[in-house]
Design a protein around this ligand. Structure first.
Ligand SMILES: *Cc1c(COP(=O)(O)O)cnc(C)c1O
Length: 396
């Protein structure tokens, strides 16, 4: 997820356009801004890149998720099925809309298993949020079909997977809404930012208003705009949007390079029969930000991650222990620790998050190692890396 690796003159130029006008706000100031609309331009270009009718930028991927959920009418007391392998933001977004997170198992795609989703559906299930983890995709066609059959809303957390496609269609565009993040470690970054994409005009209208205190953005005078709904301030600034615009134009090159680098490592791994690669429902649509592989058991995975580190193979992650992406270590969530009472505290018969058991996900995550694919690797770096990896993996 290396947008930060390609920060350069293009980003500075876009930011300078904004600084020249002094208009840092994405709305209004029509005469002072001299035609500079970075957030709007970013939205138009993002829609083209992902093939959505509408895009709306937000201050973060988290605020994009909150906006998408509310805009799709997901709220107090609704059950929302999510995976245990994600970033905490997915859970937080569900909690702050007042909904109840319900966890289904992942499979070897490292994303939600459609069979497990099915098993978790109740009369209260309002939505499913598959998370397209680590640059690749969930079994999104099957999940979409299931949601359609059951009348459940599909919202995709594609925060980590801009540039990834399934059968030629961008992740984030299968459901009623999809979310992307442009935080500092994502595929492209604008410092802090996120986006919601949708093909539904009514959802877009909600999104556009919700992220800006309900403003309908009709007319030329912000003070006279109407407000159909309540919202909040999840706006992006023009400075952040400017960086993102330059980064978005680099996306194609980023993905192409990642794919080349990943292929080299993947080819070298194929000789090791004890290793299996993460299952990718459409290999050709992998954005290749990560290479993830599974060892036969937890002990082997623990030994391998340690040996990789000793051998100087950096940027490898064992999520099962790491407290960023897997639920196992999220005690603050399991205990619902918050400075204030949460809407979920008012709900009876909550899932018992502290004693929740997700054996299939544990079995997969305890064996999985992910390696970040960097853009900055030279041919020589890559060669050395592969050599070191082979030496580690040869030993078992
Ligand atoms: C990064 C991320 C988010 C949140 O994005 P921010 O821009 O950091 O708020 C949400 N979901 C997933 C899966 C992420 O990786």
């Amino acid at each position: 997820m290396p947008g930060f690796e390609v920060f350069g003159d293009e980003e500075k130029k876009e930011v300078n356009d904004v600084l020249q006008t002094g208009v840092l706000f994405r709305y209004g100031f029509d005469s002072q801004r001299k035609g500079v609309w970075k957030a709007k331009s970013f939205e138009i270009e993002l829609s083209k890149v992902v093939g959505s009718k509408y895009s709306h930028l937000c201050s973060s991927g988290t605020s994009a998720l909150c906006t998408a959920l509310s805009s799709c009418s997901i709220g107090a007391g609704d059950e929302v099925i999510i995976p245990p392998f994600t970033f905490i933001a997915t859970i937080e977004a569900v909690l702050y809309t007042g909904a109840v997170p319900v966890f289904a198992e992942i499979d070897e795609t490292l994303c939600l298993n459609p069979e497990s989703i099915k098993a978790k559906i109740t009369t209260k299930t309002k939505a499913v949020i598959p998370v397209h983890m680590c640059g690749s995709m969930a079994r999104i066609d099957e999940i979409k079909l299931l949601c359609d059959q059951k009348g459940i809303i599909l919202v995709e957390d594609a925060c980590q997977s801009l540039g990834s496609t399934f059968n030629g269609k961008s992740v984030g565009t299968f459901g009623l809404a999809g979310c992307f993040s442009f935080d500092p470690v994502k595929t492209i970054t604008c410092g802090e930012g996120g986006a919601i994409v949708t093909n539904d005009k009514d959802i877009y209208t909600n999104v556009d208003a919700y992220a800006d205190h309900g403003h309908d953005h009709i007319g030329q005078d912000r003070g006279l705009e109407g407000h159909e709904i309540l919202g909040t301030n999840f706006r992006i600034s023009e400075l952040n949007a400017a960086v993102g615009l330059a980064q978005l134009r680099k996306l194609g090159g980023i993905i192409e390079k990642q794919r080349i680098h990943k292929k080299e490592i993947k080819d070298a791994l194929s000789q090791f029969k004890h290793i299996s690669l993460r299952k990718i429902p459409d290999e050709t649509g992998d954005s290749a930000t990560f290479l993830s592989f599974l060892l036969p058991n937890e002990d082997a995975a623990r030994k391998t991650i340690k040996d990789l580190a000793s051998a100087g193979v950096d940027s490898c992650f064992y999520w099962y222990d790491n407290n960023w992406h897997y639920i196992r270590k999220w005690d603050h969530f399991k205990k619902l620790k918050s400075p204030s009472k949460l809407p979920i505290n008012l709900i009876s018969n909550l899932p018992d998050y502290e004693n929740m058991s997700l054996p299939e996900s544990d079995f997969i995550m305890s064996r999985t190692i992910s390696m970040q694919i960097k853009l900055s690797w030279t041919k020589e770096d890559l060669c050395k890396r592969v050599e070191k990896m082979i030496n580690v993996l040869k030993k078992g």
